[in-house]
Structures are given as C-alpha cells and as structure tokens.
Design a protein around this ligand. Sequence first.
Ligand SMILES: Nc1nc2c(ncn2[C@@H]2O[C@H](COP(=O)(O)OP(=O)(O)OP(=O)(O)O)[C@@H](O)[C@H]2O)c(=O)[nH]1
Ligand SMILES: [Mg+2]
Length: 456
Amino acid sequence: MVLESFSASLRETIRKITGSTYIDKDTVKEVSKDLQRILLKADVNVKTVIQVTKELERRALEEKPPAGMAHQDYMVRIIYEELLKILGEPSNVKLKPQTIMLVGLYGNGKTTTAGKLARFFAKKGLNSGLIAADVHRYAAYDQLKQIASEVNAKFYGDQNEKDPVKLIKRGLEQLKDVPVKIIDTSGRDSMDAELFDEIKRIKNAIAPDEVLMIIDATMGQQAGPEAKAFNDAIGVTGIVITKMDGTAKGGGALSAVAEIHVPIYFIGTGEHMDDLEVFDPKKFLSRLLGLGDLESLFETVQEAEITEEEAQESFEKLMTGKFNLKDMYDVWEKFSKPGLMKKLVDALPLARIPGSQKIDDSKIQSAEDKLRMYRVIMDSMTFEELENPEIINAKRITRIARGAGVREEDVRMLLKEFKAMKNNMKMMKGNRGLKKMLQSNFRSGNFGLEDLGIKE
Ligand SMILES: Nc1nc2c(ncn2[C@@H]2O[C@H](COP(=O)(O)OP(=O)(O)OP(=O)(O)O)[C@@H](O)[C@H]2O)c(=O)[nH]1
Ligand SMILES: [Mg+2]
C-alpha cells in the first residue's frame, strides 16, 4: 500500500527526533523540511503544508514542554497535533437500524462499498438489505446482486423499473424487516445537472438517515471540490474515500475533503469486502506516525474473536501475576493466527523508543515461528505442568522436549520467558495508579496517545 511508504518516511522523521540528544533550531528546521517533503509527496496542498510546518517550527521553538516531558517527545506531540488538525473531526454511522443512500461519480466504488458496508454492519450484528437503484447501467443490477450474495445481505432490484424513486420505495417496503437498508445509486462521468436532479429527487422522497458520498482517492486534491459540489447540492452526511490502497494521492484526498468539514467515515483499502476501515483521524495518524495505536490493537484482538469478557479476564489474570502456562497458551493460540502478529506489531508504540529498529517482516515471521514452536512444546506438557509450571524439573524438560521434537534449550527458553513475563506483571501490580488506568482503559477499549504520555 502506498500509504506505507508515506508512513515509513514519517516514522523516519520521528526517529530522527527521538534519537537526537537535544532539540535545537537546526533540528527543528530539518524536521520541518522533512515533513514538507513528505506531505507534498502525499499530495497535501502546498498551502496546508506550509501552514502546518510553520506552526510546527513556531511551537517547537517557542513552547516549553510540560513538566516531566522530554523536548523530543514534545516535538513528536506537536507534529501529531498539527497533522491531526488537517484530518478533520471523527464521526461515523450509528450502529442502529437505518437507511443509507450512497452517491458519487461513475466508478468511484459505490456498489463495492455497498457490499463492504453490509459486511461491516453484519460484524456488528446488524443485517443489511441492498437496493439496486442504479437504473441506468444494465449490469449494475447483477453486480450488486452478486455482491449481496457474497456478503449474505438481502437484495432488492427490478430491471424493468426505470424510476429509481418508485423502485427504492418498493425496495424499502420489501426489506422493512431488515435493520439496515443500503441504496446503491447510479454514477455519471462528471457532475451534471441530471445526476443531481435524480439524487435530489431520491433524497427528498425517501429521507435517508445517511447520505454517504463515495470518493475515489486517486482524485487527490480534486476530491475536495467534488465533495463540496455534492454537499452543496444534496447535503452529504459522511464520506467514504475508496482506493486508498493504490494511490500516492490519498493524503491529498483526505486533507482536501476534511477541509470542507464533512466527516470522513471510512476508507476503502482494497477490492475485497473486508477492505473497509473505520476512519478515525487519531488512530489513523498515530499509526502513520508509528506512535502506536493501542485502540486499534484492541480492535485487532477483538477481531481475533476474543470477547471483551475474555480480554478482561486475561487482563485480570495478567495483573495479579497469577496466570499459568495454560493461560498463556490460550492467549498465544488466539494470537498465532497468520498475519495477526503483523497487524499487532504495526499497532504497537515501537517507533517511539529511541534507537528502536523498525520490525521487519522477517522478524515478525520468526516471532510467529517461535510462538508456533512454543505451542507445540506446551502441547506435550501435561495439564498439571501447564497449571503449575514450577514443577517442571530437568527430567520433565527432557520428556517434554522429546515429545515436542525440539531441543531442551527451547523448553528452557519458553519457561524463562514465561517467568520473566510473570515478574514484569508482578512489578506492575505494585503500581496501583498504573493498574487502575490500564484497567479502565482496557475495559473501555479506550487507549489513546494520552496513555503514552503524549497528551497531558
Ligand atoms: N483497489 C480498490 N479498488 C476498489 C475499491 N473500491 C472499489 N474498487 C474497484 O473500483 C471499481 C469500481 O467500483 P464500483 O463499486 O463498481 O464503482 P461504482 O461507483 O459503483 O461505479 P458505477 O456504478 O459504474 O458508477 C471496481 O473494479 C472495484 O473493485 C478500493 O477501495 N480499492
Ligand atoms: Mg455501481
């Protein structure tokens, strides 16, 4: 994904800051120049780039970091805050029964997004019905029908009906027991009066709860005026920027759209039905900056089907230091899904650690291999051993190693790591304030930069 190279350069800049011994005028200038180059490359408009970097320079030189915060960290925080300003305010669909109308230009991804949204709602326990209201393109009916079956959504369409308003009204009636109704409308080559007339007529007739505009990221800064035109004409409640996976212009589209003050709800990151991400400016940015995003870490854990209760339970066990190998086995089992580790690592606050290396895929691979090996080792332990690892003596180690087909050192390493983890947790236990904060955040899933000391 092109965003990755953007992210890599930003992380490089952050590393430059956290790795420097002190922040002087030269460092500030250099960082500001780096940031200019990175933002321009991401297609953010020149005026915004200059505004951001000027403010960065001013604040970095004039402001004093709050007590206890290193100047380097404060500079990272300023970058974060200034970039956040160009991404707009977070907002999103509500998780309740509703009618959503999708609008946008030809080929921008409306029909695909209809399916992605149905899947998004399904994951939250809400079924969707898709209504094919693109009466102009003959193949549109089949395309949406196929997508609906792929995501297990209900479908309504009528290839003989040429009036979209009549069609939609019948569709809404048919699907009245389905909580979320998503209406796919037709696109045009360019903004024209006919298109606007049609979508205005639909909107007035059915009064949808949400009018989502679907915009292709490859439009870059041009996404701004397009969004403005649609918003002025029919009132847009939220925006989905698609094709963020394939373009260097994503930054241009995001910043230009945010400027017109219509919230960006989602970004599309691929052609598959799962390639839809909730757009949360804070999360998005901390991930780009490599500051770690514990909130999306939490989400990833949830995706791996760990319920909140399970997470809470594991957390409590971890915090009491009373967990045993079996608990660790359960957690690792969930974490050893292919690809999950990479997601987790991407979400962790690694880049903030001065001198830390970017964790590359081969390292992740070897961590995954190691976890897999540990699971094999644990598979050849008895229940008693898993519950009371203290009883594992040299004789037992020999037996376990043989059973798992690994070296005795590997078994010892596993036990050593387990012990270290337990000790760390015990040390944390002594810190009541820290425990309380972590626990309440853990429960609400509400981790943020604040927790990393970036915000006061
Ligand atoms: N890479 C990528 N491709 C996407 C994304 N969203 C949609 N597409 C592709 O873009 C093309 C057009 O998508 P559609 O969903 O048909 O667009 P549309 O707005 O419904 O088009 P019309 O109905 O013709 O106006 C398809 O090939 C999709 O697979 C995305 O987020 N990433
Ligand atoms: Mg379509």
